[in-house]
Design a protein. Structure first.
Length: 66
């Protein structure tokens, strides 16, 4: 029961802290969108910029979502 409460609090805090950034663009969000487009095959590799091109986990997962 303690584990459920702990994970619920963590989930709630994550949601509350991320709400102000939801649907807003950060300065580097365009680079991560470009990386997801690259994984979909819509963008050539030459268009990618570092260091964003080396952070592949989240854009790779996002590329496989509708």
């Amino acid at each position: 029961m303690m584990g459920f409460r702990f994970y619920s609090i963590i989930l709630l805090l994550t949601i509350v802290l991320s709400l102000p950034r939801f649907a807003h663009h950060t300065p580097d969000s365009k680079q991560y969108v470009n990386l997801a487009k690259y994984f979909r095959g819509d963008l050539p590799r030459e268009e990618l910029r570092g260091p964003f091109a080396y952070r592949i986990l989240v854009p790779f997962l996002a590329a496989h979502l509708p």
